[in-house]
Design a protein around this ligand. Structure first.
Ligand code: FES
Length: 75
């Protein structure tokens, strides 16, 4: 689905670009060498990035005795 009609940026492209590392909406546009034209898509781009980054966030798992709580990142 196209998120930005002015520049043809899709939700798939946005998720792909931020899959390896968190990024900002500005970086999405810069990667295409553009800036928002009408700006109608900016809120949607930011929402998609927040959703993608939330789902990629590490999950902490409590391990061992409660007196020596250790957290590990579950993958
Ligand atoms: S829809 Fe993205 S700048 Fe217009």
């Amino acid at each position: 689905m196209y998120v930005c009609l002015c520049h043809g940026i899709s939700d798939r492209e946005i998720r792909s670009r931020c899959a390896s590392a968190p990024c900002s909406a500005a970086e999405i546009y810069l990667a295409r060498g553009v800036t928002p034209k009408c700006g109608k898509c900016v809120a949607s781009v930011k929402a998609l990035l927040a959703e993608a980054q939330a789902s990629a966030a590490p999950v902490l798992v409590e391990c061992g005795d409660i007196s020596e709580v250790e957290y590990r990142i579950a993958s």
